[in-house]
Design a protein around this ligand. Structure first.
Ligand SMILES: [Zn+2]
Length: 370
């Protein structure tokens, strides 16, 4: 069982309120206490093996988990600690303190703090056992998805039909292939590769990478790695065009890169993203469909900015309708939303594929209406 070192005792904050009350309600076993209290979950009803929790926390450093959930340190403090905006409440000036060495956080705004498990509880609004399950899943799925993305990326250049398809969709620069880590799933070889690397078949099944009987799920698809997921676009007309792994589609695509721009272009598809990025618009992001999940919406609203909604101009008007409704919701949150009108029947991808260039697209942005 773990021992409590003095170093683990928490004195995260400077000096104010550093007593027990500050960290009341956290899950760190020794927060606010001089005693090595047993780590018990759920009002002490069921004792959780402390070693298991320590292992889990060691495998998921708090800073890495926070950053994977879009948290950005904004100001360094002494002893390697960082301040940033609190992801748990609507924070306007950084009040969220993180100590990467102790793997602890504390927010001076909402008064909450603790370890990575406590963070997962608060962030995902789940109870302790579910937070553990989420963290375990995250820890397990991450390396598997990384390996899978790497494998598919290696396959791309071995399959001329994949390269030809990308070319026809306007994806032409090597830099873009690397930036988006685009890959190709030929089908029939992922399972062998991953099991050879030591991943178990049940783990592959659980991640949704192979079917119940053990076949690769992604067959003949261009694959884009997402945060905690993979998007697969079928080359074959016989298969459903879009495919995701079970679970969330994650946040906005490549948000870390787009986030810092005062003006952001939002598109609905990854091929739209690709051509815009290639044309030099690096302030682009993608919602993977016209309906944003709660997290994506929160991301767009995380600071004042102008959002250019560039959804498909499809004949039934559904893209434009979704854009109008989103622009209303954004405006309610104080975000300036502009609707970009593409020529009829076009999406950003087809606009560029059929000869549109960066200058022409720029002029569409300039005339976009609020
Ligand atoms: Zn807070």
């Amino acid at each position: 069982m773990g021992t409590t070192s003095t170093a683990q005792r928490v004195l995260l904050g400077e000096s104010r309120n550093c007593g027990g009350a500050l960290f009341a309600g956290t899950h760190h076993r020794c927060l606010g206490s001089q005693h090595d209290l047993p780590y018990s979950a759920h009002r002490g009803k069921k004792s959780v093996n402390r070693q298991t929790l320590d292992d889990l926390k060691q495998q998921i450093p708090l800073m890495g988990y926070l950053q994977a959930h879009d948290w950005h340190p904004t100001r360094p403090l002494s002893r390697g600690r960082w301040m940033g905006l609190c992801p748990l409440h609507g924070d306007h000036k950084p009040s969220f303190l993180v100590d990467p060495h102790k793997d602890l956080f504390f927010c001076y705004g909402c008064g909450r703090g603790g370890d990575v498990i406590r963070f997962a509880e608060l962030y995902h609004q789940v109870k302790f056992p579910q937070a553990l399950a989420l963290l375990r899943q995250w820890r397990g799925a991450e390396p598997l998805l990384q390996e899978t993305a790497r494998f598919y990326h290696m396959q791309l250049h071995r399959h001329s039909e994949a390269v030809a398809y990308l070319y026809q969709r306007g994806v032409r620069s090597l830099e873009l292939l690397e930036h988006m880590r685009i890959g190709f799933a030929p089908g029939g070889c992922l399972r062998g590769w991953l099991t050879q690397l030591g991943h178990s078949l049940p783990a592959l099944r659980q991640a949704g990478l192979v079917t119940g009987v053990g076949y690769d799920v992604y067959v003949h698809r261009i694959v884009f790695p997402l945060e905690g997921n993979l998007y697969g676009r079928s080359l074959s007309l016989a298969a459903p065009p879009h495919r995701f792994l079970p679970g969330s589609k994650g946040g906005l695509y490549a948000w870390k890169q787009a986030q810092s721009y005062p003006e952001v272009i939002l598109v609905e598809g990854l091929f739209d993203y690709a051509v815009l990025w290639q044309a030099g618009f690096h302030n682009v992001t993608c919602s993977l469909g016209v309906h944003l999940n709660a997290r994506q919406f929160r991301q767009l609203c995380d600071r004042p900015r102008i959002v250019y909604l560039t959804f498909d101009a499809d004949p039934n008007g559904s893209g434009q309708q979704a854009a109008r409704s989103l622009s209303r919701r954004l405006r309610e949150r104080g975000i300036v939303a502009r609707l970009v009108s593409l020529p009829d029947g076009h999406d950003p991808n087809s606009f560029f594929v059929q000869g549109g260039d960066a200058r022409q697209f720029q002029s569409l942005l300039e005339v976009a209406q609020s």
